[in-house]
Design a protein around this ligand. Structure first.
Ligand SMILES: *[C@@H]1O[C@H](CO)[C@@H](O)[C@H](O)[C@H]1NC(C)=O
Ligand SMILES: *[C@@H]1O[C@H](CO)[C@@H](O)[C@H](O)[C@H]1NC(C)=O
Ligand SMILES: *[C@@H]1O[C@H](CO)[C@@H](O)[C@H](O)[C@H]1NC(C)=O
Ligand SMILES: *[C@@H]1O[C@H](CO)[C@@H](O)[C@H](O)[C@H]1NC(C)=O
Length: 530
C-alpha cells in the first residue's frame, strides 16, 4: 500500500532543494569527498540539511491512532473500512436535489455534516500533508491521510453544483439533537442548507475554497485531473465568497447555535493565501497585501487559531512566503508580508512559556487553555503553528526569535509544541490520554452516538437516549478521537453527558494529526509546496 506513495508524491523542489540535490549528486559521484559536506554545511546560503532523525515511536503510534478517527466519522458507502462497528450510512444525503452528498464526515458526536468546520478540517489536513507528508510516510500513514482528505473533498466538490451555490449543511441540527441514534440506522429527515448569491456565506465559501486549493496541491502529483478539478472549484468559490460578501451566520441564523462565525475577513485572506500557493498567481498575493490585508489582517494583534478564526494560520502561511521568498513580489507587497511575519513572531512570543509576552491562557502545568468548550483545539492548533514556524526558521537558518529583549531559538518553539502534544498523550495531572485509544488510560464515556450504541441495539430516535444515559462505558471505541479536554484546573469528568469536555470533533483530529506528524521525526527542513 505504501509503495504508491513513494517519490511521485514528493513536491517539486524549490531552488534550495535543487541545490541540495545537486550537492548530493556530486557527493554520490565523488564518494568519500568529505570536504564538500563540510563546505555545504558551513555555507549560510544553503538550507539546513534534511537531518530528520529516526522516527519517534510515541508520535508515530499516536499518529496511526489519530488518523483512524476519520474512518469513525465517515458517511457514505465505506471503502476499506477499518472500524469494525461502522457501516454504510447517509446514502440518501443530497438526493432531494439530485446531488450525491453521501460522503464527507460527521462533525462530532452527532450525525450532522456542518460544512464550515468540515472544510476547516480538510484545510488543516492538507496543510499537515503538505508540510509533513514525508514524516507521515516514514510512519506509514501518508496514504491514510490522503484517503481521509479525499473523502471530504469528494463531498465538497458535489456540494458546489453551480458557481454561486454551496451546500453547507446536511441534516437539521434541531431534529438531529432530539435523537440518539447510530448513523447506520437513523431514519430522520436530513434536509440540505445552501448559501447562494441572495443569502451569501463568505466565510464558509472561502474556507471551502481554502480546503480545495490546499487539497489541489496535495493531489497534484498523485492525481492531476482531480487536482485540477479541485482548483477550479476553489477559484470559483473564492470569487463567490468575495463578490457576495455576507456572513452565513446572518444569512442562516440557525447556524449561530452551532458554528457561529464571528467574521469572514480572515477566511478571505486565508483562502487567497492558499490560492496563491496553489496557483502562484500574484493577484492572490496582491489581494492579501493591499486593501484587504489592511482591512482584515489584524496585524500586530495575535488571536487564537480555531475553526472560526484563521488569522494566525494566515500569518504563518504568509510568513512562509516572506521567509523563503517568491518571484515577482513588489517591495510594498514585501512590506505587508513583513507585517504578517511580525505578527507570526508576536504569536510565537505569546506561546513560549517563559517569554516576556507569554500568554497567561494556560493551565498550571502548561497546557494552552482558552475556552471551556473543546479547550484542546487551541493547544493543538497553537502547537502546530509553533513547530511549523520553528521548522521554517531551521530551513532558512534563522537562528533567533526576539521577544521583547529575550532571545529564543527554533528548539524552544519545538519544545513548546512537544509539551502540548505530551500533555494530550497523558503527561498531565490526571494521567489521562485525551487521544482515545492511545495508552492505557483514556476516556471511556466519549460523547458520541455511534460509539455509545451497541451495533445490535434495536433502539431508534427517542429510546436511543438510554445509551447516552447508560452507566456503562461505550461499547465501541471511538479510536483516534480527541475529546474536548480538561477544565482549567486540569480535572476531567469522563461522562457522556459532559459534552463540553467529552465530545470529540473531526477537525480536532485534523489538528492533532498536524501536530503529531510534525513531531514524528526530530526536525525537518520544509520544502516548497509545488
Ligand atoms: C438561497 O439560500 C437561502 C438560504 O439557505 C434559501 O432559503 C433559498 O431558498 C436559496 N435560494 C434558492 C434559489 O434556492
Ligand atoms: C454570533 O456571532 C455574532 C458576531 O460575533 C454575534 O453578534 C451573535 O450574538 C452570535 N450569536 C450567538 C447565538 O452567539
Ligand atoms: C433486538 O431485537 C431482537 C428481536 O426482537 C432481539 O432478539 C434482540 O435481543 C434485541 N437486541 C438488543 C440488543 O436488544
Ligand atoms: C475544576 O473546575 C470545574 C469547572 O470549573 C469545577 O466544576 C470543579 O469543581 C473543579 N474541581 C476542583 C477539584 O477544583
Amino acid at each position: 500500500m505504501e509503495a504508491k506513495e513513494v517519490k511521485d508524491a514528493k513536491p517539486k523542489f524549490g531552488w534550495c532543494w535543487l541545490l541540495l540535490v545537486s550537492v548530493i549528486a556530486i557527493l554520490v559521484i565523488a564518494a568519500g569527498v568529505f570536504t564538500i559536506v563540510k563546505d555545504f554545511k558551513g555555507s549560510k546560503k544553503n538550507p539546513a540539511s534534511h537531518h530528520s532523525g529516526p522516527v519517534v515511536k510515541k508520535y508515530a503510534d499516536a499518529l496511526e491512532i489519530a488518523l483512524q478517527f476519520f474512518d469513525v466519522q465517515k458517511s457514505g458507502k465505506l471503502v476499506n473500512n477499518r472500524i469494525a462497528w461502522r457501516g454504510d450510512s447517509g446514502l440518501q444525503d443530497g438526493i432531494e436535489r439530485n446531488l450525491d452528498l453521501s460522503k464527507g464526515m460527521y462533525d462530532a458526536g452527532d450525525l450532522m455534516k456542518f460544512g464550515f468546520p468540515m472544510a476547516f478540517g480538510a484545510t488543516m489536513l492538507s496543510w499537515a500533508i503538505l508540510e509533513y507528508g514525508e514524516h507521515m510516510k516514514a510512519a506509514k500513514q501518508l496514504r491514510h491521510a490522503q484517503d481521509s482528505l479525499k473523502w471530504i473533498t469528494d463531498f465538497l466538490i458535489n456540494a458546489h453544483p453551480s458557481e454561486n451555490v454551496l451546500y453547507v449543511q446536511v441534516g437539521d441540527p434541531e431534529l438531529d439533537h432530539e435523537c440518539w441514534e447510530r448513523p447506520e440506522t437513523t431514519r430522520e429527515r436530513r434536509p440540505l442548507t445552501q448559501v447562494n448569491a441572495s443569502f451569501p456565506g463568505t466565510e464558509v465559501a472561502a474556507e471551502t475554497a481554502a480546503a480545495m486549493a490546499s487539497a489541489s496541491l496535495v493531489f497534484k502529483k498523485i492525481n492531476s485531473y482531480y487536482s485540477h478539478i479541485l482548483l477550479e472549484h476553489a477559484q470559483a468559490l473564492f470569487a463567490f465568497a468575495d463578490t457576495y460578501r455576507g456572513s452565513y451566520s446572518v444569512s442562516i441564523p440557525q447556524v449561530q447555535n452551532y458554528y457561529n462565525s464571528t467574521g469572514y475577513g480572515d477566511e478571505l485572506l486565508w483562502a487567497a493565501t492558499w490560492l496563491y500557493h496553489a496557483t502562484k498567481d500574484l493577484s492572490y498575493l496582491e489581494y492579501v497585501t493591499e486593501l484587504n490585508g489592511q482591512q482584515f489582517a489584524n496585524w500586530g494583534n495575535p488571536t487564537w487559531f480555531s475553526w472560526d478564526d484563521k488569522h494566525a494560520g494566515t500569518h504563518v502561511l504568509l510568513s512562509r512566503v516572506n521567509i523563503f521568498g517568491a518571484k515577482g513580489i513588489l517591495s510594498e507587497e514585501n512590506l505587508d508580508l513583513q507585517m504578517y511575519r511580525k505578527t507570526s513572531e508576536a504569536i510565537m512570543c505569546q506561546l513560549l512559556p517563559d517569554s516576556p509576552t507569554a500568554t497567561s491562557s494556560r493551565t498550571e502545568s502548561g497546557l494552552i487553555w482558552v475556552s471551556q468548550w473543546n479547550c484542546l483545539q487551541h493547544a493543538m492548533a497553537s502547537a502546530f503553528l509553533a513547530v511549523l514556524y520553528s521548522d521554517y526558521m531551521v530551513t532558512s537558518q534563522i537562528s533567533t526569535l526576539y521577544c521583547h529583549g529575550k532571545l529564543y531559538n527554533p528548539a524552544d518553539l519545538r519544545n513548546f509544541a512537544i509539551s502540548q502534544a505530551d500533555y494530550i498523550l497523558g503527561n498531565n495531572p490526571t494521567k489521562m490520554s485525551y487521544l482515545v485509544g492511545y495508552g492505557s488510560n483514556y476516556p471511556q464515556y466519549v460523547h458520541h452516538r455511534g460509539a455509545s450504541i451497541p451495533i445490535n441495539a434495536n433502539t431508534s430516535c427517542k429510546d436511543g437516549f438510554m445509551w447516552l444515559d447508560s452507566i456503562n462505558p461505550n461499547p465501541n471505541v471511538a479510536v483516534g478521537a480527541v475529546v474536548g479536554g480538561p477544565f482549567l484546573n486540569e480535572t476531567y469528568i469522563d461522562s457522556r453527558s459532559n459534552w463540553m469536555q467529552a465530545e470529540p470533533t473531526t477537525y480536532n483530529s485534523a489538528l492533532v494529526v498536524g501536530l503529531l506528524s510534525s513531531l514524528v521525526r526530530s526536525s525537518l527542513a520544509v520544502e516548497s509546496f509545488t
